[in-house]
Design a protein around this ligand. Structure first.
Ligand code: FAD
Length: 448
């Protein structure tokens, strides 16, 4: 069925809508712009109208209207996703969730909140009560909880708690379906995985319940090393030191600090820095380990200054790519997971093999009880063919690449869509209206 915009606007009466083409185009974008491969593929893809529901009742109404008129919908939080997850391939309605900002409650170790709450807002509220988010993407100041769950994977804190998709890191979700008569469904326990990282194709998340960790005072530290592999092995050793509480272990090859203008004075030329967040109570144990690896502590920001001045977290994870691209727009990136190996042999091989073309940026995190090296390497982009060769070489060597240069879910990190997610999809979105075109198995077909 086709419907004209006026009918849609009339149907949405009482709910905030945006129809100004400039605004609608802006709200049809995300940060896929880090990928020179995605930019031309997603160019000119815009929605027809943006709707901004303020509560669950309004979400139900939006869902009913879109189901009735068979209009595609693209749900968005802050639109900081990197894979074009928020870009509508077939126009339609953009559902902007950022008005749903209520933190419903915070109890010891757990919080329940609406999907549009910004991560920084939750963290602030939780910290007042002695708790904090277990992990946040480096975009935590702007990103929403709904967007993090539907589109993110982990970040600062993952060295302690693992990735978002790991059992225990998400407790419950409420979603609104796109059926003729939309329903509200609460998922708990393992059922949350039906919607976790589903890129907004499996229902509109309205509420989330997530576990929290104890709030530590975090000290930010930079340590520099003369040799990259020594820096990397220091990162692994700190990760393995179970007695020390840490939130961030990032290692950069020496080419990368040139992109961090605000921190230049702490990053002597030619050195390979580690950016760390360590609990104040563990700080005393750090110099011993630094000394063992021959590093130099060049910067230390005490916990009471957190939030003031430069924030090291905002130079790590995919913020590294952001800073590099500010200086040189030809730079893009990869997302990788190395096999567990305390000697980091594959890291060493790839560091040497690609030299300056692929600049090593390691993020250590915990996977199934082991600390492993992940990487968001910076790549000097030339052609798509060359980028694919680089990816293929990593994969042949045994590195898992979560390809950020595709807008197809299965071609990214997960490789396949979980059959449980598919079954749930058929139930909650019988007409295939949610973020159509983003999955291989779900080719766009609006069923009448
Ligand atoms: P959006 O981009 O708005 O949405 C992401 C996906 O979720 C889309 O598919 C959207 O359709 C869906 N969605 C949004 N809200 C809902 C909802 N209520 N119901 C159903 N589906 C929904 N990610 C990480 O995991 N770790 C990082 O460290 C990290 N660092 C980053 C650094 C930079 C500089 C940038 C640009 C991105 C980074 N990202 C990172 C990616 C992204 O910022 C995060 O995943 C973030 O949590 C996404 O939140 P958002 O509100 O912006 O989501």
């Amino acid at each position: 069925r086709s419907i004209n915009l006026d009918t849609l606007i009339a149907a949405f009466a009482g709910i905030e809508t945006i129809t100004d083409p400039h605004q609608v185009a802006k709200l049809s974008q995300d940060y896929h712009t880090f990928s020179p491969v995605l930019v031309p593929k997603l160019e000119g893809k815009v929605g027809d109208i943006v709707v901004r529901p303020a509560n669950e009742q309004e979400v139900l109404k939006v869902a009913a209207i879109c189901a009735k008129y068979r209009v595609p919908i693209t749900v968005r939080g802050a639109g900081t996703g990197n894979y074009g997850q928020c870009v509508p391939l077939y126009g339609g309605v953009i559902v902007d969730m950022t008005k749903m900002q209520e933190i419903l409650w915070v109890k010891p170790g757990v919080a329940r909140l609406e999907a549009g709450v910004k991560l920084a807002a939750l963290d602030k509220k939780a910290r007042d009560l002695g708790w904090e988010m277990r992990m946040t993407p480096s975009t935590y100041r702007t990103a929403t909880i709904g967007g993090f769950i539907a589109g993110g994977s982990g970040g600062i804190g993952s060295i302690q708690y693992g990735l978002l998709g790991d059992r225990g890191n998400l407790l419950a979700l409420k979603v609104v379906t796109l059926e003729d008569e939309p329903r509200v469904i609460e998922l708990r326990g393992d059922d949350v995985q039906k919607v976790n990282h589903a890129w907004g194709i499996n229902g509109i998340i309205t509420e989330v319940e997530i576990p929290l960790g104890p709030a530590y005072p975090w000290v930010e530290v930079i340590v520099t090393f003369d040799d990259f592999m020594t820096a990397a092995k220091f990162g692994q050793a700190l990760g393995n030191t179970d007695g020390m509480i840490k939130k961030l272990i990032t290692i950069f090859a020496s080419q990368i600090p040139q992109y961090f203008h605000a921190l230049h004075q702490y990053l002597p030329g030619g050195t390979h820095p580690a950016f760390l967040m360590v609990a104040e109570s563990s700080l005393e144990s750090l110099p011993g380990l630094v000394q063992q690896y021959g590093g130099q502590i060049t910067y230390q920001k005490p916990a009471f200054e957190a939030g003031k001045g430069a924030n090291l977290g905002e130079f790590t994870w995919n913020h590294t790519t952001l800073h590099a691209r500010t200086v040189d727009t030809s730079i893009t990136y990869l997302q990788s997971m190395f096999p567990a190996d305390p000697q980091l042999q594959l890291v060493e091989h790839l560091y040497n093999y690609f030299g300056d073309e692929v600049m090593m940026h390691l993020e250590f995190f915990r996977v199934n009880g082991k600390v492993i090296a992940g990487a968001l390497q910076l790549v000097r982009y030339t052609t798509e063919k060359r980028l694919n060769e680089i990816i293929a070489y990593h994969e042949q060597q045994g590195v898992l690449i979560a390809n950020p240069h595709t807008y197809i879910i299965e071609d990214g990190g997960r490789k396949v869509i979980d059959p449980e997610q598919l079954k749930f999809k058929e139930m909650v979105d019988p007409y295939g209206l949610m973020n159509p075109g983003k999955s291989k198995v779900l080719q766009f077909k609006i069923k009448n």
